[in-house]
Design a protein around this ligand. Structure first.
Ligand SMILES: C[C@@](CO)(OP(=O)(O)O)[C@H](O)COP(=O)(O)OP(=O)(O)OC[C@H]1O[C@@H](n2ccc(N)nc2=O)[C@H](O)[C@@H]1O
Ligand SMILES: Nc1ncnc2c1ncn2[C@@H]1O[C@H](COP(=O)(O)OP(=O)(O)O)[C@@H](O)[C@H]1O
Length: 279
């Protein structure tokens, strides 16, 4: 049995710059990986069966992104091998932290290795995109400036930082937010550099805060903090975060959160934890 991490991501900013004919939105965003992860364990089996032993409540086994990723890789490579998967979920669902997408990417990366089917990175990126717009960055493995629907990726270096992430007690559907009439889709495209991540904003924030007062309340609380370099929502929410230069500052802010708010402190990573292991 082999165990691999599936880290969460933050969108340090997210600009909606247009819409494709198929309804998908053109974005500009910066992804940062966090040392806050799900853990996935894999045991290869010879009979071609893919089994997730502990499916998430409310997500049928065949709809889980790990299972879909494993089956897509079988289909693409024609392998007759299967796998038993055990998932330890930590990343909040529907939180804008990319948990499901990260689980899918870790499954593709791990099984490509364990099944010895040897797809190259471009082929894995293409398979990932079929599972979701957020999957490619987790295969790419480096903090990235992303364009298109999230598939045009350029590695970006980010300074060391720590994050206080608040988890409002709601799940936000990405599709619901992207179809909102209130969403603005015309932010002027930027180039990085000279644009810096601290100048950005999240175009989805206003729509989510209007529909979910719990998110608005958490974000307002973060925006009042001192010493933060960014306070924003990640992706399509519901999670909101504040960035700090030091762990001490992030933990001090965490100590102050009201009793009815939940969250965690995490370190910003330089790259995906599997990036170095598998290369
Ligand atoms: C918003 C972001 C930002 O990183 O993250 P999350 O908040 O979901 O973590 C992503 O773009 C989400 O990626 P992902 O969660 O993989 O989305 P998908 O499953 O591909 O799409 C879910 C739905 O969102 C809409 N969608 C998604 C991505 C995009 N660029 N334009 C869209 O319009 C589509 O309506 C689609 O049906
Ligand atoms: N392994 C998985 N982990 C989390 N969610 C999953 C998984 N597989 C499928 N899903 C579905 O994907 C939806 C979005 O999940 P998630 O990635 O956690 O949120 P977000 O897209 O906001 O970052 C969930 O509500 C769930 O229905």
């Amino acid at each position: 049995m082999f165990t691999f991490p599936a880290p969460a991501k933050l969108n340090l900013f997210l600009h909606v710059v247009g819409r494709r004919q198929d309804g998908y939105h053109l974005l500009q965003t910066v992804f940062r990986f966090l040392d806050f992860s799900d853990q996935l364990s894999f045991a290869v089996r010879p009979d071609g069966i893919v089994r997730l032993h502990n499916p998430i409540a409310g997500v049928p086994e065949d709809k889980d992104l790990c299972v879909r990723a494993a089956k897509l890789l079988q289909q693409k490579t024609g392998t007759t091998q299967g796998v038993d998967i055990f998932m330890q979920k930590q990343i909040p669902m529907g939180g804008g932290l990319g948990g499901g997408s990260s689980d899918a990417a870790t499954t593709l990366l791990a099984l490509n290795h364990l099944w010895k089917v040897n797809l190259n990175p471009e082929q894995l990126l293409e398979l990932g995109l079929q599972l979701g717009a957020d999957v490619p960055v987790f295969i790419f493995g480096q903090n990235a400036f992303a364009e298109g629907v999230g598939e045009k990726l350029a590695a970006i270096e980010l300074p060391p930082a720590w994050y206080l992430v608040l988890v409002p007690p709601v799940q936000v559907s990405t599709a619901e937010i992207f179809t909102s009439k209130e969403l603005t889709r015309n932010t002027i495209p930027i180039t990085i550099p000279p644009f810096s991540v601290w100048q950005g904003h999240n175009d989805l924030e206003l729509v989510v805060c209007r529909a979910y007062p719990e998110v608005a309340r958490c974000l307002e609380w973060l925006k009042r903090l001192e010493n933060t370099t960014i306070a924003a929502m990640s992706g399509s929410g519901a999670c909101v975060f504040a960035e700090f230069a030091t762990e001490r500052a992030a933990r001090a802010a965490f100590e102050q959160i009201p009793d009815d708010m939940k969250g965690f402190v995490a370190k910003g990573l330089d790259c995906h934890p599997m990036h170095k292991t598998l290369n």
